[in-house]
Design a protein around this ligand. Structure first.
Ligand SMILES: NC(=O)c1ccc[n+]([C@@H]2O[C@H](COP(=O)([O-])OP(=O)(O)OC[C@H]3O[C@@H](n4cnc5c(N)ncnc54)[C@H](OP(=O)(O)O)[C@@H]3O)[C@@H](O)[C@H]2O)c1
Length: 338
C-alpha cells in the first residue's frame, strides 16, 4: 500500500480532502456547529457524498446516507467523515447508531470531536462494534477549517479575531470628527472583506467610544449570511440612545470598567467566535490580555488621509502569515507565534 504524509494512503488523503471541501460548503450556515463532510466509497467508486448544510439540519453522514438512497447495509464500503460521528441525541439521533446498522468495512475519520458529549465515545462505540475505525486523517487541516469550533470546545472561550482599518500613516480615526462623519479609510472591496468576516463570526464586539463616534450599523449588508449578534462594551452605563436601540439587531450591552471583568459575560454571549471591530482602546485591552487568535489589519495604500487616533500596537508575538491586496488596500493577517 502506498503511504503519504503521516502514514495515510494517497487514497485516504484524497477522499478526506474531498470531505473537507464538502464541509466548507456549510460555512456561514452551521452556526456554532462544526462544518463536516462525508464521502462513501465502494471499491474505487464514490457512491455518495454529504455535508452538514446548516444548523439543525442532517449531519454529514446522514446526508450522504439519504443521497445514497438510504441503504440498509454498506458492508463492503468505506465511509470517510471529517469529524468523529456523534454518539448522543441532539437535534438529530446519534450517527453512530446509523453507522453500526450499516456495518461498513472501514470508517476513516478526520478529527476526534472535542465536544464533551462525544470526545472519543463515538469512535469507541464504532470500534467496539467490530468496524475498523481509523482517526486523524488530515486532522490539522480539519482543525484549521473548524478553528472557531475547536477553540470554543477546547478552551471554553470564543475564537477571537481583531480587525481594524488604518491609514498609511497608521491612524484609525479622527478625534475632531463630527458624530456620524467618521473617517472612511478603506475602499469598497475591503468593506466587502470586512462583511465577509462578520458573516464568519457569531458575534461582533465594539467599544462604547466607537458607538459614540461612529454610530455604526454593525449588520451584514455587503455579504450573504446572518448578521452576527452585537456586543457593546461600555465603561460606564451608555450615555445616550444610539441607533442600536432602534434596530432589530440582537445586541447586548456589557458595562464594566475593564475587559477582564467583562470577559465572562462576553464568553457567555459570543458562542464560537468573536470579531472585535474596535476602536483602538478596546483592541488594546484584548491585545494586553493576550486574548486574540487572529488579527486582520487593513492598511489603505492612499497617502495623506486625515486622522489623529493611532492604530493599536501589534502584539510582540504577532507573526505575519499572509498579506492580501484588496482594491486600494492591503490586508495583513497575523497569528500568535507558536
Ligand atoms: N479604523 C477602524 O477600524 C476603527 C474601528 C472602530 C473605531 N474606530 C475609531 O476609533 C475611535 C474610538 O475608539 P476608542 O479607542 O476611543 O474607543 P473604543 O475602543 O471604541 O471604546 C472604548 C472607550 O469608549 C469610552 N467609553 C466607554 N464607555 C463610555 C461611556 N459610557 N461614556 C463615554 N465614553 C465611554 C471609553 O473611553 P475613556 O477611556 O476615555 O473613558 C473607553 O475606553 C473613533 O474615532 C472611531 O472612529 C476606528
Amino acid at each position: 500500500m502506498e503511504f503519504t504524509g503521516r502514514g495515510w494512503s494517497a487514497k485516504d488523503i484524497l477522499h478526506m480532502k474531498r470531505c473537507l471541501n464538502l464541509a466548507e460548503k456549510g460555512k456561514y450556515q452551521v452556526g456554532d456547529n462544526p462544518m463536516v463532510g462525508s464521502v462513501w466509497l465502494k471499491g474505487d467508486e464514490i457512491i455518495s457524498e454529504g455535508f452538514h448544510k446548516k444548523f439543525g439540519a442532517d449531519h454529514a453522514e446522514v446526508d450522504a446516507w439519504k443521497k445514497a438512497g438510504q441503504p440498509s447495509t454498506f458492508n463492503e464500503g468505506t465511509i470517510y467523515v471529517s469529524l468523529e460521528p456523534c454518539n448522543h441525541h441532539g437535534k438529530t439521533p446519534p450517527c453512530s447508531d446509523l453507522l453500526i446498522r450499516l456495518r461498513p468495512k472501514r470508517i476513516v475519520i478526520g478529527s476526534t470531536d472535542p465536544d464533551i458529549r462525544v470526545a472519543g465515545k463515538g469512535i469507541k462505540r464504532l470500534s467496539d462494534s467490530g468496524i475498523e475505525v481509523l482517526s486523524g486523517c488530515l486532522d490539522r487541516e480539519n482543525r484549521w477549517l473548524n478553528r472557531h469550533y475547536f477553540t470554543q470546545r477546547e478552551c471554553h472561550r470564543p475564537f477571537v479575531t481583531l480587525k481594524w482599518a488604518e491609514t498609511l500613516e497608521g491612524k484609525v480615526g479622527q478625534s475632531q470628527a463630527k458624530p456620524q462623519s467618521r473617517l472612511i479609510i478603506s475602499g469598497q472591496a475591503a468593506l466587502v472583506y470586512g462583511h465577509r468576516l462578520r458573516a464568519e463570526h457569531q458575534a461582533i464586539l465594539v467599544g462604547g467610544g466607537t458607538i459614540l463616534a461612529d454610530n455604526p450599523k454593525l449588520n451584514l449588508r455587503n455579504f450573504t449570511g446572518n448578521s452576527p449578534k452585537v456586543l457593546v462594551w461600555w465603561k460606564r452605563p451608555s450615555p445616550e440612545q444610539t441607533f442600536l436601540f432602534q434596530t432589530n439587531l440582537e445586541f447586548k450591552e456589557i458595562v464594566h470598567a475593564s475587559l477582564k471583568d467583562a470577559w465572562p459575560e462576553i464568553i457567555e454571549y459570543a458562542g464560537n467566535s468573536l470579531l472585535v471591530e474596535g476602536g483602538p482602546k478596546t483592541q488594546t485591552q484584548f491585545i494586553e490580555m493576550g486574548l486574540w487568535d487572529e488579527i486582520h489589519r487593513i492598511v489603505s495604500q492612499n497617502p495623506q488621509h486625515p486622522g489623529d487616533i493611532a492604530a493599536p500596537t501589534l502584539p510582540d508575538n504577532a507573526q505575519l502569515v499572509d498579506s492580501i491586496p484588496i482594491g486600494s488596500d492591503i490586508v495583513y493577517i497575523y497569528h500568535p507565534k507558536k
